[in-house]
Write a protein that binds this ligand. Structure first.
Ligand code: ZN
Length: 265
């Protein structure tokens, strides 16, 4: 069985402040370790359930956070960013049986995680067909293009709830919840047990129940925090500036939506 893991840091257990997610800060190494531990736990659960090949995308910031020396032999790691529109699920294709999300976080505008955002902090929100979308949704739809089901997600309670709304059969492990600028989280050691067990259960379960049927038409709307970013993005081919801070892009092809996101967001 071939498994893909997309890993972020802002939904790891207990992370609360941007200083903990950014390399130059003294508080970052602890959460780089936490991210690595949670990815390793997901790998262990996957292997227990029969995974023989695991491809991991380090999908936070520089794409160079996970401590590669701790990964199991059957895992391969993508570090850095290629520029491919699949971005957080780069190199995902139809040869994979399932996709797991680890350390994922609430969308921009949500109050469920002090670090809630969508792709970049200059994005006030990103909506697909009128609904505010998370990174989980953006890349679950990408996975649907190559017919790979997203079957597991760990992260803050808000993104877990969003994931279950989009994919009712997905296994989720909520590790933290935001309360204003603070967080309330479970013990990191318990999170590892639950991630290991949840990943294993998800892979043993009915993957087909997690397939997403993509809409036929897409309206992408990106609201920026400042008008200058919206103006710049409005020059993407096919994009229109609908308000001083809002750019809209329409397509029937989700890959074109991903390409637009890559260049505009
Ligand atoms: Zn991140």
């Amino acid at each position: 069985m071939k498994v893909y893991i997309s890993a972020d840091i802002e939904g790891t257990t207990g992370i609360t402040h941007w200083d903990e997610a950014e390399k130059p800060h003294a508080t970052y190494p602890e959460f780089r370790e936490r991210m690595t531990d949670e990815v390793v736990a997901a790998c262990e659960g996957a292997i227990e359930a029969g995974a023989t090949e695991i491809l991991i995308k380090d999908a936070h910031d520089s794409g160079r956070n996970i401590i590669a020396g701790r990964l199991p032999d059957c895992a391969k790691l993508i570090r850095g960013w290629s520029g491919h529109p699949f971005s957080m699920v780069q190199e995902l294709d139809a040869s994979f049986d399932a996709l797991l999300f680890v350390g994922y976080h609430s969308k921009a505008g949500s109050d469920d995680n002090p670090l809630a955002h969508t792709l970049r902090l200059r994005v006030a929100h990103l909506a697909i067909n009128g609904e505010i979308a998370s990174e989980f949704q953006i890349y679950s739809y990408a996975a649907a293009l190559v017919k790979v089901p997203g079957i597991f997600l760990s992260g803050d309670a808000g993104i877990c709830a969003d994931a279950r709304k989009l994919v009712p059969a997905i296994v989720t492990v909520p590790v933290s919840r935001g309360i204003g600028p603070s967080t309330l989280s479970i013990a990191p050691s318990l999170a590892l047990k639950e991630i290991r067990e949840g990943a294993s259960r998800a892979l043993r379960g009915n993957h087909a129940a997690c397939h997403i049927e993509l809409p036929k038409h897409f309206t992408l709307e990106i609201k920026f925090t400042t008008p200058v970013d919206a103006y710049r993005a409005s020059w993407y081919p096919g994009a229109t500036l609908t308000e001083p801070r809002v750019v809209r892009f329409l397509s029937t092809d989700y890959f074109e939506v991903l390409r637009a996101i890559k260049f505009m967001a």
